[in-house]
Design a protein around this ligand. Structure first.
Ligand SMILES: Nc1nc2c(ncn2[C@@H]2O[C@H](COP(=O)(O)OP(=O)(O)OP(=O)(O)O)[C@@H](O)[C@H]2O)c(=O)[nH]1
Ligand SMILES: [Mg+2]
Length: 323
């Protein structure tokens, strides 16, 4: 079986760049792997049209200046058999493994655990130890609302069962749902940021910027909806901002074809939403000419932003993200 390379997304420039970091999505068919990937790209219109993934689909995207090779392994049984037969081709070089389980499909949970065990066996054979992040996916808000206690117990039990079955050092769990976009973005951002020693420095820079511009909270996001860093004054601000970030990005996407009036470029890349006597200020942040922009979502009393503060923040980030 051939690995399909998607044409979308940038290919790495060879000589000058390090090898892309390989992040692998696997799990049973219909678990929701491809949906998660599309959701991060904000390709919502494609989600309804998704077909089962055939074999391995690969996409390369840039995250904080590094190339990430994202592998989506179609989960149908015939494919799973061929991955396990050719572990070198599919699993080797994996730095992060995301294992997606449809927790609404209880009858197939034993099958999901059994395939996870097979995958772990192959990692052991290859002598690699990437962290495994298990997504309890389709943990939909409606489901949680209706059966919060049952769901809670079920997840705790399942976690124990998987830990015992996999017998693997680094295994972590996330609850995700396509109907709770922030759950997916939070999980993916935390996972990817772990690859970066720079992430603490970025976090610190954002903290200082927030203080300077008198903001209760600042989230910095990249074009893949992933959170690069954040500062929150308290839990309330954290909940407000992390819940609304993906929707600001989507809203921003919908404006991208609007014509910009001459001389208004600086203003046009900013959106302000007033709510609860405070302002959500969403602003584009361009750090490199030929790369996609970053975005900032800030919660402020004053909707205005001092351009000088903003520029010096952007310059600091440019410094940090250099090479
Ligand atoms: N209720 C619910 N349905 C979801 C969620 N995520 C995905 N789905 C649905 O699950 C089905 C399968 O999704 P896919 O993303 O194609 O699953 P996959 O894991 O890529 O499947 P293969 O490509 O065959 O391995 C689709 O009908 C999705 O709409 C979710 O969070 N909640
Ligand atoms: Mg798929």
């Amino acid at each position: 079986m051939e690995i399909q390379y998607l044409s979308k997304g940038k290919q790495p420039k060879k000589a000058e760049k390090e090898e892309p970091h390989k992040i692998l999505f696997t799990g049973l068919d219909t678990a929701g792997k491809s949906t998660i990937i599309l959701a991060i790209q904000r390709e919502f219109s494609k989600i309804a049209l998704l077909k089962p993934t055939r074999g391995a689909q690969r996409r390369i995207f840039e995250f904080l200046g590094k190339d990430i090779a994202e592998w989506d392994l179609g989960g149908q049984i015939s494919y799973r058999i061929s991955y396990l037969k050719n572990p070198g081709k599919y699993f080797d070089g994996t730095e992060i493994l995301i294992y997606v389980i449809d927790i609404q499909n209880q009858p197939r949970i034993p099958e999901a655990i059994s395939y996870l065990k097979d995958v772990v066996g192959q990692l052991n054979n290859l002598e690699i130890e990437p962290p495994i992040y298990v997504f309890f996916h389709k943990c939909d808000p409606a489901l949680l609302r209706n059966a919060i206690n049952e769901m809670q117990t079920m997840r705790v039990d399942l976690r124990e069962k998987i830990k015992n079955a996999a017998n693997y050092k680094q295994i972590y769990f996330y609850d995700t749902s396509i109907y709770n976009l922030p759950s997916i973005i939070k999980a993916m951002s935390e996972i990817l940021l772990d690859l970066y020693p720079k992430s603490q420095l970025i976090e610190k820079t954002i903290n200082e910027f927030a203080r300077k511009v008198d903001s209760e909270g600042v989230v910095m996001i990249d074009d893949n909806s992933l959170i690069i860093g954040s500062f929150y004054k308290n839990e309330e601000v954290k909940n407000l901002l992390s819940a609304s970030t993906p929707y600001f990005l989507t809203l921003n996407d919908s404006f991208q074809f609007t014509q910009v009036l001459p001389g208004k470029e600086a203003e046009e890349n900013k959106m302000v939403v007033q709510r609860f006597g405070r302002n959500f200020v969403f602003k584009q942040l361009k750090l490199k000419e030929d790369s996609p922009p970053y975005y900032l979502l800030m919660l402020k009393k004053d909707p205005n932003l001092n351009e000088e503060d903003f520029d010096s923040f952007a310059n600091l980030l440019k410094e940090i993200l250099k090479n």
